[in-house]
Design a binder for this molecule. Structure first.
Ligand code: FMN
Length: 379
C-alpha cells in the first residue's frame, strides 16, 4: 500500500535500476547534510493550541498574485527524463492538478513550451547560467512568452557536488554503462521498455541561440554541472533586464547573503542546500531558516526546501516563518513508483497531512501558524 513518502521511496527503489534510483536519492560526500535535513526537522516539535473552532481549516495561500491549494511547490529537478520519457510534463500536470506550482529545471528534458502547453497550472523557471549568456537570455524570453511567471536563480552550483553513489555506478558523461548496469536495466523491463524508440533523455532547453539544436559541449557541461562561475551579485542587474517578473534566489544559507539579496532587490529567497547534493558540511535548512528570516525581517518571502517529507514538516517551516516549502525527492519517488498519479498522490498527501496538522494545532489559515506553535527542540 502506498500511504506515505517512504512507501513511494521503497517502491521507486524496486522499480528503478540502481543507477537511476541512486541519482535521485543520493547526496554529496558522506550524505550527512541530507540526513541532517530530515533529522533536524524531526527535532522541531509543534505545540497545539486547544479549543479553537477548526470547522473550516484552509491550507490555501497566495504568493505573487497566485493562489496555491497548499504552501508546497514541486522543486526544480534536472534529468527527470531518466525516470521515464516525458517526466517533466507528468510532474507539471500533477502539480497543476494538486493546485501547486511546478518549477521547471534548466536541466529538464522536455522543451519548456511543451510543458506549458500541457500544463495549465502555475509554472516557474529555474535558471542555471552556462555557456554564453545569450542561452539564458533565450530561455528567459521563451519562458516569459509561454506563461512562466517567476524566475528562480539557483546559486549553490558553482561546481558540481561530489556524489559518490553516482561515481560508483558509472553515471558519467557521455554515458558509458558498465555490464553490471546493462544487466540491471534488463532486470527492470517495465522501466527500460519505456525508452524504446526514445533514446537517452536530452537537455531539451539548453539550446544555442543561433540554432535550435543541442550543442554537445553544452549538454556535457550541464551534465557535469560546469556552470558560469562568473555569475555574482552584479549579475542580478543583467537578469533584471531580461526578466520583469519576480526573481527568487535558491540556495541561500547565510543570513548576510539574505540581507544582500534583499538589498539587491530580489523578490524572494529559497533557503536550500540543494537537498544535500552540493556541499555536505553545511547546516540543515530548517536550522538555517531562522537567521535568514531575521535578516530579511519579513520584507520578502522566504521559502525553504530539503528533507520535507510530511505535511507536519511543512507546518513546522511555516510556524517558523517560511512562506512555503519545495519538495524534490518525494515527487520523484512518486513518479517512479506510480507515474503521474503517484506524483499527484504525494502532493495531495502533503496537503491532507498539513490540513490535519493545522486542525490539531488549532490553526485555521496557514498564516495562523506562528512561532508560538513551535514548542521544544529536543536533542
Ligand atoms: C535528482 C535531483 C535533481 C535536482 N536538480 C536540480 C536542478 O536542476 N536545479 C535546482 O535548482 N535544484 C535541483 N535539485 C535540488 C532540488 O531543487 C531541491 O533543492 C532538493 O531536492 C530539496 O530537497 P529534497 O529532495 O529533500 O526535497 C535537484 C534535486 C534532486 C534530488
Amino acid at each position: 500500500m502506498l500511504l506515505n513518502f517512504n512507501d513511494y521511496r521503497c517502491r521507486a527503489r524496486r522499480r528503478l535500476p540502481r543507477i537511476v534510483f541512486d541519482f535521485i536519492d543520493g547526496g554529496a560526500d558522506a550524505q550527512e547534510c541530507m540526513l541532517h535535513n530530515t533529522q533536524d526537522l524531526s527535532r522541531v516539535m509543534l505545540l497545539p493550541h486547544c479549543l479553537h473552532d477548526v470547522t473550516s481549516v484552509d491550507t490555501t495561500m497566495t504568493l505573487f498574485g497566485q493562489t496555491w491549494k497548499s504552501p508546497v511547490a514541486v522543486a526544480p529537478t534536472g534529468f527527470n527524463g531518466l525516470l521515464r520519457p516525458g517526466a517533466d510534463v507528468m510532474l507539471a500536470r500533477a502539480a497543476a492538478a494538486a493546485g501547486v506550482p511546478f518549477i521547471l529545471s534548466t536541466a529538464s528534458n522536455v522543451r519548456l513550451e511543451q510543458v506549458a502547453s500541457e500544463c495549465s497550472g502555475v509554472k516557474w523557471l529555474q535558471l542555471y547560467v552556462m555557456g554564453s549568456r545569450q542561452i539564458a537570455e533565450g530561455m528567459m524570453r521563451r519562458a516569459r512568452q509561454c506563461g512562466y511567471t517567476v524566475l528562480v536563480l539557483t546559486v549553490d552550483v558553482a561546481t558540481g557536488g561530489n556524489r559518490e553513489r553516482d561515481t560508483r555506478n558509472g553515471m558519467t558523461t557521455p554515458f558509458r554503462p558498465s555490464l553490471r548496469t546493462l544487466l540491471d536495466f534488463g532486470r527492470h523491463p517495465s522501466w527500460a521498455l519505456r525508452f524504446v524508440g526514445e533514446g537517452t533523455p536530452k537537455f531539451a532547453n539548453v539550446v544555442a541561440p543561433d540554432d535550435a539544436s543541442q550543442s554537445p559541449e553544452l549538454t556535457a557541461a550541464l551534465a557535469n554541472r560546469q556552470l558560469d562561475r562568473s555569475v555574482a551579485w552584479e549579475s542580478l542587474a543583467w537578469l533584471r533586464k531580461h526578466w520583469e517578473g519576480p526573481i527568487l534566489i535558491k540556495g541561500v544559507l547565510h543570513p548576510k547573503d539574505a540581507k544582500r539579496a534583499l538589498e539587491a532587490g530580489v523578490n524572494g529567497i529559497i533557503v536550500s542546500n540543494h537537498g544535500g547534493r552540493q556541499l555536505d558540511v553545511v547546516p540543515s535548512t530548517i536550522s538555517a531558516l531562522p537567521a535568514v528570516l531575521d535578516a530579511v525581517g519579513g520584507a520578502i518571502p522566504v521559502l525553504v526546501d530539503g528533507g520535507f517529507r510530511r505535511g507536519g514538516d511543512v507546518a513546522k517551516a511555516l510556524a517558523l516563518g517560511a512562506k512555503a516549502v519545495l519538495v524534490g525527492r518525494p515527487v520523484l519517488w512518486g513518479l517512479a513508483a506510480a507515474g503521474e498519479p503517484g506524483v499527484r498522490a504525494v502532493l495531495d498527501t502533503f496537503t491532507t497531512e498539513l490540513h490535519r496538522a493545522m486542525t490539531l494545532l488549532g490553526a485555521i489559515r496557514v498564516d495562523d501558524l506562528r512561532d508560538d506553535h513551535v514548542a521544544i527542540t529536543r536533542n
